[in-house]
Design a protein around this ligand. Structure first.
Ligand code: AMP
Ligand code: MG
Length: 404
């Protein structure tokens, strides 16, 4: 059996970045830039006031009061120099006029007709935002490979960008297999179940930033499976669920081979998600995952999600793995590492984790309560309070881990 990490490494070697496309700056959100973005100007472009108040020259100050000689709102430039010993009423964001270097906020003065009196002491240069203090012209502000979050979108806009190149979204075709499957909307007849995997997988594709293409259900028959697979080869990748084990009616591997793909089949040393077939078929990666609802989702997490991210230019391909304190005993009697669905919380700067109960790989409910996967080594026996490794599936923790 091959380890999770070796299977991931082997697969990722085949995954190359997709092309880039030009999108409006908004549509760049959560995408990766293939190029550096260099500041075309200083931000701020000029020294300006950080407060509504009065601008004056600190050196020319004599005594506690100043005569107010004009008014400068945001959006205008003071053309007349402020006379020495005078002040100009200035609004936040307005450029500091020639001859001034300091701003006193409105709330720190008493106004008396044409003049103002300071209530407290004012330091030279206070409440002035200096030219270029945020961004300096010519600097790389957003490097190639960066993930564009709302703050990057704002910065790109401040640099005058309206459209930019990003790696395009991966189109991921999804095929369910099985004579027992019915699409949601029907009531299961005897012997039938609803195809839920197509939808959990499609949601996982969306969640990874990809664009799912639903191919429907292939019956358990070779030619029909081939036809459905062919229909998926217009996409950038194909994910198949079910039909990949050794049952009499498992045709997925045979179908991929019949279409010319050479299939690597692994029994991955993990529970759930053990059966995994991977092939390059007409240049497209094809993943055949377990049919069990939990096995399919976990295998997607481990193998498909990193592939989608790599194809879309991401550098960070894996979810964070952290140490968490067990809230209950946990035992793995098996010979394979067990990824137990767990509920992770963060308290006093420590992660805590409990399991979600019954871990049968057919029980999707074990994923519902969970937001992480506890990795239990083979034959592990853990008591309450011991540290275990947890793969965090919860976005809320991602930022914290990215900052470590
Ligand atoms: P298989 O790998 O095809 O033998 O399927 C294993 C188990 O997963 C069986 O109990 C199937 O009924 C179930 N299963 C397979 N495909 C799906 C699906 N698309 N949605 C929900 N359950 C499925
Ligand atoms: Mg099946």
């Amino acid at each position: 059996m091959i380890s999770i990490e070796d299977a991931q490494r082997n697969i990722l070697e085949y995954i190359t970045p997709l092309e880039t496309e030009k999108v409006s700056v908004f549509q760049g959100l959560n995408r990766i830039t293939p190029e550096d973005h260099v500041a075309p100007w200083d931000i701020p472009a000029a020294d300006n006031s950080a407060m509504d108040g009065f601008a004056f020259s600190h050196a020319a100050l004599s005594g506690e009061s100043l005569r107010v000689t004009g008014f400068l709102p945001a959006g205008e430039v003071g053309s007349v120099p402020v006379p020495a010993g005078g002040a100009i009423r200035i609004m936040t964001g307005a450029p500091i006029p020639p001859g001034c270097d300091t701003v006193v906020p409105l709330e720190d003065v008493e106004e008396d007709g044409e003049s103002i009196r300071f209530i407290s002491k004012i330091k030279t240069g206070s409440h002035v935002r200096k030219r270029g203090e945020d961004i300096q012209r010519g600097n790389i502000v957003i490097p190639a490979g960066a993930l564009l979050r709302p703050q990057e979108i704002g910065m790109l806009s401040a640099m005058g960008t309206t459209a930019l190149a990003v790696y395009r979204r991966a189109r991921v075709a999804i095929l369910a297999t099985g004579d027992e499957l019915l699409e949601p909307g029907s009531t299961p007849a005897p012997g039938k179940i609803i195809n839920s995997n197509s939808y959990s997988l499609a949601a996982q594709v969306l969640d990874a930033g990809g664009d799912p293409v639903l191919l429907g259900i292939a019956p358990d028959a070779l030619d029909a499976t081939c036809d459905k697979i062919k229909g998926g080869l217009n996409a950038d990748m194909l994910v198949i669920t079910g039909g990949v084990s050794v049952g009499d009616r498992d045709f997925v591997k045979e179908a991929i081979e019949k279409l010319g793909g050479s299939v690597t089949f692994w029994k991955v040393n993990v529970k759930p998600g053990k059966p995994l077939a991977f092939a390059m078929l007409q240049g497209k990666p094809v993943f055949a995952l377990a049919g069990n609802p939990v096995g399919a989702m976990v295998a997607f997490e481990l193998f498909v999600r990193p592939s989608i991210l790599k194809s879309m230019g991401h550098r960070r391909l894996f979810r964070p793995m952290v140490k968490a304190l067990l809230q209950e005993p946990a035992v793995n009697k098996g010979e394979r590492p067990h990824l137990v669905r767990g509920m992770v919380s963060l308290r006093d700067d420590h992660y805590h984790v409990s399991t979600t109960g019954n871990q049968s790989s057919g029980r999707l409910s074990s994923m519902i309560q969970g937001n992480g996967l506890i990795r239990l080594a083979p034959n592990a026996v853990h008591t309450v309070g011991e540290e275990v490794e947890v793969l965090l599936l919860d976005r809320r923790f991602e930022m914290k881990e990215a900052m470590q």
